[in-house]
Design a protein around this ligand. Structure first.
Ligand SMILES: [Zn+2]
Length: 69
């Protein structure tokens, strides 16, 4: 099962989209929404609240803060 390159959600077979960039990097998108955010809006998944990346990043930040305190 592949995961969406933007939001990190698993993409069921037969759905989603695969995009091969000029540099050979393969990106998977579960929806047009993710594709648009990554390609057209060039957003960083870490800065978009509904992505798995953001949740991971936020969790990391919290852990780091806890250690500091
Ligand atoms: Zn997605």
């Amino acid at each position: 099962m592949v995961k969406c390159s933007f939001c990190g959600q698993e993409i069921p077979k037969g759905t989603g989209k695969m995009l091969i960039k000029n540099d050979g990097k393969i990106l998977y998108f579960c929806s047009r929404k993710c594709e648009k955010n990554m390609i057209e809006l060039k957003r960083n998944p870490k800065k978009v609240k509904w992505t798995e990346e953001y949740r991971k990043w936020k969790k990391n930040q919290i852990t780091k803060q806890t250690i500091k305190n």
